[in-house]
Design a protein around this ligand. Structure first.
Ligand code: NAP
Length: 240
């Protein structure tokens, strides 16, 4: 039974990833800054196949302790999904230091930290999967999301470089770049923006967490042994 760590699994896409990997029989660890009812339910249903601990990814020593706890509860981590992320819509000229730091610390530094800590034991194991959740706005940009888009483009660069470092030890590193999903993060979109997005999407709808989770399950599987350093766009064709 393989062990997967999904950062930011309390809600949204992360919760969809946790649910899909639990359904598929994996042992799953997740974290977020605050627990919620969903976490309690998984603890009750899945017992020692599920592990949760509160963690702020910007706390480096907290990340180390968290990974140690995951290992002692579930075993060696085979798959890391760097999902936790934050967005804040503001034109750059009006954005403040605190919000820039928060976006960079979570989306980029949090991913670097967890990947650094988890890749060490993966190197010894000689097998692993790292999946970074980026975004199509890292490829295309979006007005009001310049800092967020930069962090997502940065993640894709990180993916390509880390894939080169780790490939020889049978560890693949890929990004999934979702389009617009129906999660809390897109609550900020107004009806006009939502209608525009759907109108520009060949598949005629926004994405669901399941659309992305099925791609993550594929990348985590042995069917994806020879895929590394890639950015897989899952967006219903909006960026095609
Ligand atoms: P969401 O609903 O806001 O969920 C974000 C998750 O990350 C929550 O569990 C949150 O829990 C956790 N988190 C945030 N900051 C954290 C921190 N510092 N430390 C630990 N956990 C933290 O967002 P989402 O829409 O599911 O997005 C998930 C990922 O998909 C993000 O990387 C996002 O950029 C990407 N994405 C989303 C969309 C979309 O349309 N929604 C599109 C493309 C890509 P706490 O707040 O309790 O910490």
């Amino acid at each position: 039974m393989k062990v997967v760590l999904v950062s930011g699994g309390s809600k949204g896409l992360g919760a969809g990833l946790v649910a899909s990997f639990l359904d598929a029989g994996y042992k799953v660890a997740t974290c977020s800054r605050t627990p919620n009812q969903q976490i309690e339910q998984w603890q009750q249903i899945y017992g020692n196949r599920f592990f949760f601990q509160t963690l702020d990814l910007s706390d480096t020593s907290g990340c180390r302790e968290y990974v140690r706890n995951v290992q002692s509860q579930l075993g060696d981590i085979d798959i890391l999904i760097n999902n936790a992320g934050v967005a804040h819509t503001a034109v750059l000229a009006l954005s403040d230091d605190a919000s820039i730091d928060r976006i960079v610390d979570t989306n980029l530094k949090g991913t670097f930290q967890l990947s650094r800590i988890v890749s060490r034991p993966m190197l010894s194991l000689g097998w692993g999967r790292i999946i970074n959740i980026s975004s199509i706005v890292g490829l295309s940009g979006y007005r009001g999301l310049s800092v967020y888009s930069a962090t997502k483009a940065g993640l894709d660069g990180f993916t390509r470089a880390l894939a080169r470092e780790l490939g020889a030890r049978n560890i693949t590193v890929n990004s999934i770049a979702p389009g617009y999903l129906t999660t809390e993060m897109t609550d900020e979109l107004n009806d006009r923006q939502r209608t525009q997005i759907i109108g520009r999407t060949p598949m005629g709808r926004m994405g669901t967490v399941e659309d992305v989770a099925s791609t993550a399950l594929f990348l985590a599987s042995e069917n994806a042994d020879f895929i590394t350093g890639q950015v897989l766009v899952v967006d219903g064709g909006i960026s095609a």
